[in-house]
Write a protein that binds this ligand. Structure first.
Ligand SMILES: *Cc1c(COP(=O)(O)O)cnc(C)c1O
Length: 408
């Protein structure tokens, strides 16, 4: 096989099947699929035994720096359906001053703010839109706290598909401007993302839109899992001791956990895993509450309120998958106040040059708490996920401290 440097493979087998994450049953992968018959998320599965020994870290070396470099473990079969705006392969920034101020052995910031629309939502929506294009969807729809709508608008435009988005009225202005400029049909709703979801479902029933809600279709998680592959590649063939991740719907955390399993089956790593930590806002912390109560699912958080719009997710269909990953990894979950996020956005900016989203600030704010709890140790190598750019939150102010503040 000879191909020029940077070239990606041609037509691929893609996924072998979809698997229900609750029952383990298998389903056909080559038509549009939402939740499983059990009402739970699907995972795309691949013939990893066939890839073992062929799809190795070595073959990645010359490939283009986007998430499509992992094409063999992605669901899209046709190269023409790989919609791309340059997403993924974001910098992993070694930050010794942050490591010192947080008292850990070594610290990197995975700067997802450098994705095309300024957040890591691009990864998931790149994959979901590409796959919807491949499987024949004619219109796309999404309820969003903001960043996912911007990403869907961008990838829908790139794919040439119409996009309908429903977002809360208090979504940051830069994101609303972005959605409008990218040509999407924008509806504002005085409510939460869960209320927006109801409007989207109605549009799907009435107009045949394809619903791209978090974990309600199988492929956003496939895009987000590439963060796990990237950590391994960017750390030259190993994984960190701890990953601190600002968790809303949980796609990224669950996606990375899935990637590590795949990497083990591919023979890239052994059974070792990083400790996975969820960070949520004190005003919307369903996963943290469930973690502290030792539950296997999280239920719904009343009166969700935080200026970190990506964390304003009161209930998540994949909650049990997040909690399972935290448990199996020996990690945990912790909540931080909006004011702490803002403080650490400034501290991170000063120490590193990265203008983080509040969600990124939240990961730094969590570390002293996790150190005090003994869950992260002084010699640990830690990766913080800055999931978005601070530029998308300009004009948003931290909310006052409270555990159950009513929404504005
Ligand atoms: C959506 C979002 C999150 C939460 O991501 P999940 O993978 O859904 O948990 C965190 N940060 C930002 C900036 C987001 O947009």
């Amino acid at each position: 096989m000879s191909r020029s440097s940077g070239a990606l493979p041609g037509r691929l087998p893609g996924a072998s099947h979809l698997e229900c994450t609750a029952t383990g049953e298998s389903f056909e992968s080559e038509r549009l699929a939402g939740l499983s018959p059990a009402g739970k998320p699907f995972f795309a599965r691949y013939d990893l035994d066939a890839l073992r020994g062929h799809f190795t870290p070595g073959v990645l070396a010359g490939r283009s720096p986007t998430l499509w470099r992992y094409a063999e473990v992605l669901p899209v079969r046709e190269p023409a359906c790989r919609v791309s705006l340059g997403e993924g392969f974001t910098p992993l920034l070694d930050s010794p001053r942050m490591a010192r101020s947080l008292d850990v052995g070594r610290l990197w910031i995975k700067d997802e703010g450098q994705n095309p629309t300024g957040s890591f939502k691009d990864r998931g929506l790149c994959m979901a839109v590409s796959r919807a294009l491949e499987l024949g969807a004619t219109a796309l729809a999404i309820p969003s706290a903001g960043n996912a709508a911007g990403a869907t608008a961008a990838y829908g435009a790139a794919a040439g598909l119409p996009v309908h988005v429903v977002v809360p009225t208090d979504t940051p202005a830069p994101i609303l401007a972005e959605i409008r400029a990218l040509g999407a049909d924008l509806r504002l709703l005085d409510g939460l993302i869960s209320d927006c979801g109801k409007v989207v479902r109605q549009g799907c029933d009435e107009h045949g839109w394809w619903d791209l809600s978090t974990l309600k279709e199988p492929y956003r998680i496939e895009g987000k899992k590439t963060m796990g592959y990237e950590l391994f590649e960017q750390l030259a063939g190993r994984l960190p001791d701890a990953i601190v991740y600002p968790t809303g719907g949980g796609t990224g955390l669950v996606g990375m956990w899935k990637a590590f399993d795949e990497m083990e089956q591919l023979g890239w790593i052994g059974t070792e895993r990083p400790k996975m930590f969820t960070v949520q806002a004190a005003g919307c912390a369903p996963i943290v509450r469930a973690w502290e109560e030792g539950r296997e699912d999280a239920g719904t958080w009343e009166n969700a309120a935080t200026y970190a719009s990506g964390l304003r997710v009161p209930g998540a269909v994949g909650d049990f998958l997040v909690l399972r990953a935290l448990r199996e990894s020996g990690g945990g979950a912790v909540a931080v106040q909006d004011a702490e996020m803002a403080e650490w956005v400034a501290a991170m900016g000063t120490a590193t040059g990265v203008f983080a989203a509040p969600e990124g600030g939240a990961t730094a704010a969590a570390v002293p708490k996790l150190r005090a709890m003994g869950l992260i140790e002084a010699e640990d190598e830690v990766v913080l996920f800055n999931t978005g750019s601070g530029l998308k939150y300009v004009g948003m102010e931290p909310l006052a401290a409270s555990a159950t503040r009513p929404s504005r």
